[in-house]
Design a protein around this ligand. Structure first.
Ligand SMILES: Nc1ncnc2c1ncn2[C@@H]1O[C@H](COP(=O)(O)OP(=O)(O)OP(=O)(O)O)[C@@H](O)[C@H]1O
Ligand SMILES: [Mg+2]
Length: 328
């Protein structure tokens, strides 16, 4: 794949809060949070929210590359692409946006490697594409991807339960068992993890530094063990990369276990940028290229609009059941 004739785009990040901004005629975007999983029906809504958030002018044709998890891609990609490839009308408080959308899907992780290997303008870094392994650790899953001679191997796979939510679940148990904290949700725990501290009106605050140190270490160990389990010649492969929203937390631990591990420059946006670069390469006839990574925790999206890469992230699925609104 070669991307040419593109101006070096300006990167323009907009923080975006889904629940606050987008209203559909039927009300707020609501997400099925049963088992805290992203429900397939939600894809449509997250998809439209991303198009809105990217500030793409109305009445355009959009060429979208959608990143799907490895474990999900093979059985579902066609159905997802078919369902989303249609005319989309997005109703917001102030405007109505109409797009004609054409969707192709690709596996997460491989797109992250595409982002690392290709600049916006320049050709490929062939070394990355020749023989590399990548771990993409996010909210719920870790993708392990092996690429040899520009193709991902059959050893590439994803593991559920290797991500931030495992730590959130364990924190919930820890707070309940050790401190008898009641009525704490996993969603709350994600916030405590971010603050490295539990606090409530009823109790003194609890420092979580040591707890998080142990959990991050355990997660790092399990990811490396899973990588070795899935991927042939794991230890012999020289180039290994780490990406995903959890990468920064895990790098200090994983780099002790994996010689020469490289952390990505864009851990949160690797798949979305890789999807955009793929879309830029595929797009013809003036359609606007869009890259989309609908993760279990965050939706990341990027589009090239008038020479500028607009990119956004917002929370995918962690919602408060009582209000049914998406949190950002
Ligand atoms: N600005 C940020 N906003 C949200 N999460 C962030 C941010 N920066 C880092 N993180 C971390 O990223 C994690 C989520 O990573 P990521 O967005 O890659 O997951 P995901 O792709 O939604 O999930 P999955 O890959 O399981 O589908 C969070 O749990 C948190 O640890
Ligand atoms: Mg992800």
């Amino acid at each position: 794949m070669k991307i040419t004739e593109l101006q070096e785009p300006v990167l323009n990040f907009t923080t975006f809060s889904a629940g606050e901004t987008v209203k559909y005629s039927s009300g707020y975007i609501d997400i099925d949070t049963s088992e805290n999983r992203l429900h397939a029906d939600s894809y449509d809504k997250l998809f439209d929210t991303a198009l809105y958030a990217l500030k793409i002018p109305t009445e355009k044709i959009l060429s979208v590359v959608l990143a799907l998890p490895y474990g999900w891609h093979d059985g579902n990609s066609e159905a997802v692409a078919n369902r989303l490839s249609s005319d989309h009308r997005i109703q917001t408080k102030d405007t109505e946006l109409d797009y004609t959308v054409c969707v192709q899907t690709e596996r997460q992780g491989i797109l992250a490697l595409v982002n690392m290997a290709f600049g916006w303008q320049s050709g490929a870094n062939e070394d990355i594409l020749k023989n590399s392994i990548l771990h993409d650790c996010g909210g719920m899953t870790t993708e392990h991807v092996q690429i040899i001679n520009r193709r991902d191997t059959d050893f590439s796979d994803s593991d559920e339960n290797l991500g931030q939510w495992r730590i959130a679940r364990r924190l919930k148990e820890y707070l309940t068992e050790r401190y008898h904290v009641r009525n704490v949700s996993e969603f709350d725990c994600l916030k405590y993890i971010e603050n490295k501290e539990y606090h409530s009106q009823q109790t003194d605050s609890i420092d979580l530094t040591e707890f998080l140190h142990k959990e991050n270490q355990a997660l790092a160990t399990d990811i490396v063990a899973a990588g070795r389990h899935h991927i042939r010649k794991y230890d012999e492969t020289r180039r290994k990369y780490l990406t995903g929203g959890k990468a920064k937390d895990l790098f200090p631990y994983m780099s002790r276990l994996v010689k020469g591990l490289i952390i990505s420059k864009d851990p949160l946006f690797d798949n979305a940028f890789g999807a955009l670069k793929t879309a830029m390469n595929l797009t013809k006839n003036g359609a606007i290229p869009v890259g989309l990574d609908i993760g279990n925790q965050n939706t990341k999206a990027a589009a090239l609009v008038n020479g500028t890469v607009q990119y956004v992230s917002f929370t995918s699925a962690i919602s408060n059941r009582t209000t049914g609104r998406v949190y950002a």
